[in-house]
Design a protein around this ligand. Sequence first.
Ligand SMILES: [Zn+2]
Length: 86
Amino acid sequence: MCVGCREVRRHDELIRVVTGTDGELAVSRDLPGRGAWLCSDSALECATIASRRNRWSVALRQPVDRDQAERLVDALKRADEEALSR
Ligand SMILES: [Zn+2]
């Protein structure tokens, strides 16, 4: 289930967000730990919703502050822009 829009989707339609070794939220299938899921086709929108409603802490079962959530949204935004400029 997506932490943003709460839609239940197949795992191949979702991307996984975990807390990386540096303490920042990162998109990764491989990093260990509890993950939260976002729709891959609307990751930016769903991450924004999750951040606004403060759902990361619950989904990841650890404190996630607003700045961390915002940095993840920024990273997704940049990834989107890079994909568009390709
Ligand atoms: Zn979603």
